[in-house]
Design a protein around this ligand. Sequence first.
Ligand code: C2E
Ligand code: MG
Ligand code: MG
Ligand code: MG
Length: 281
Amino acid sequence: YAAKERGEPYCWYVPEMDRRAGEEARIGAELRTALDTGQLRLAYQPIVELPLGRLVAVEALVRWEHPERGLISPAAFIPVAERNGMIVELGAWVLREACGQAARWRAELGDAAPQRISVNVSARQLTRPGLAAVVAGALADSGLPASCLTIEVTETAVFEGGRAVEALHELQRLGVRIALDDFGTGHSSLTLLQTVPAQVLKVDKSFIDEVTMRGRQAVICTALIQVADGLGMTAVAEGVETAEQAAELYRLGYRLAQGYWFGRPAADLPVVRDLQRADSR
Ligand code: C2E
Ligand code: MG
Ligand code: MG
Ligand code: MG
């Protein structure tokens, strides 16, 4: 009707909106089936120490193996699950699965296992009471120590409401680490650093892409590592795709990185590019 008031041919918009609403309802219904029949999987992407690329942690990233449509990316269904509320159940499954896998790696691999696992938590999970209990349950049932779990939240999710910050304090009391994901792309980045209990700052890929060009992005990357260091936080550079980016980030002071250059998300323990060997070729 807004279009009608502006005198635009509003009827053209209706079928499109219907189509989208229908599409959303279909994804929502199929996601219900996916959860019930075990079509969801986790992929694990390495988080490595610079300069040599030693594996120190993994990030768990959810995947949907759809029986007809194949692998569906979380970008296509996480927002739907957020809107219809299914994210709470989906997120609880992710937490349990990730903690279970991390605990198995520790049992099987000992010191060679990743020290920590990161799990993404969305706004709706954070603002709804009970997240800390779900996390505590996943830790208790898997036997994973709380210090081995990092919860990743975006600035936007924390910005949502008052309960979000309270939830982060509850998580912190459990002994898990909090990471600010996609840092710098939200609308309250620096304010959050004053109010939110977080130990890890994940610098968004958009700042990393051109870090080797010595332009604005390099200035921002430099500023962010100084902020992280100054606040006693750990910085992680996200979306590192080339050796040149990795080298430049190391030069700027980054000691942790994640990206396709080191390893893509994989179904099992990620194989990390061995930079020492790559260098000596
Ligand atoms: P994120 O948490 O920022 O995760 C990093 C995303 O960047 C992943 O995409 C990863 O595959 C991708 N990535 C990593 N390195 C590179 C690189 O070098 N180049 C490029 N082009 N991309 C890279 P993915 O797996 O598609 O996930 C997208 C987003 O979906 C995640 O962004 C996260 O916000 C959300 N997500 C994934 N799994 C979960 C989950 O279990 N729960 C929730 N609430 N959200 C999730
Ligand atoms: Mg993340
Ligand atoms: Mg991210
Ligand atoms: Mg992201």
